[in-house]
Write a protein that binds this ligand. Structure first.
Ligand code: C2E
Ligand code: C2E
Ligand code: C2E
Length: 89
């Protein structure tokens, strides 16, 4: 399959996530909130999640993990550096 590769290091920008409309980011926002709750990690500006969680979220969004990576970068939820092979700066 062609297209983008999935992010390998997934660090979600929680402040950006809260600014986006719930009809777009609702499932992701709920997933992140559940992980925060399980860890007791409520005070961060960012949240590191598992690569495996990206695959679960891609199923929820009916995308490939690479497509979801691109979508999250477009939304500003992941930094552009999250795209593998991308050289920034
Ligand atoms: P668990 O999977 O049994 O992990 C138990 C503890 O192992 C975690 O407690 C954490 O201290 C440590 N741990 C496991 N994997 C990693 C890792 O990749 N990096 C780091 N730094 N530590 C790790 P914690 O954080 O209190 O999490 C409690 C439970 O919440 C976890 O039990 C798991 O069931 C769930 N959880 C936490 N974060 C995530 C996540 O990002 N994704 C998913 N799917 N579940 C998570
Ligand atoms: P880093 O991974 O580049 O993370 C930089 C900062 O982003 C962290 O500073 C923390 O303020 C924030 N951050 C990243 N992920 C999370 C998250 O899931 N929850 C919250 N609340 N904040 C997050 P901090 O804590 O001073 O850590 C500095 C560096 O220490 C990290 O840089 C990393 O290299 C290392 N580190 C900290 N915790 C862990 C860990 O659980 N596992 C590993 N492997 N490294 C860790
Ligand atoms: P990290 O702590 O730097 O861990 C990097 C990778 O090492 C993880 O990538 C995973 O492949 C492996 N790893 C670390 N600790 C464990 C462990 O206890 N059990 C297993 N089976 N593998 C482990 P992964 O899964 O993609 O996670 C990426 C980052 O997400 C972690 O970076 C950590 O910052 C965060 N994270 C993941 N799960 C948890 C968790 O349960 N609790 C907390 N506090 N952070 C987590």
């Amino acid at each position: 399959p062609s297209g983008s590769e999935p992010a390998t290091k997934i660090v979600i920008n929680l402040e950006r996530l809260q600014q986006l409309p719930a009809d777009k980011v609702g499932p992701l926002a709920r997933y992140a909130a559940a992980i925060q709750s399980q860890r007791g990690d409520y005070n961060g500006k960012v949240l590191s999640i598992r690569a495996e969680d990206l695959r679960s979220l891609a199923i929820i969004y009916d995308m490939s993990p690479g497509e979801l990576t691109d979508q999250l970068i477009d939304w500003g939820v992941l930094p552009p550096e999250a795209r593998p092979g991308q050289h920034v700066g």
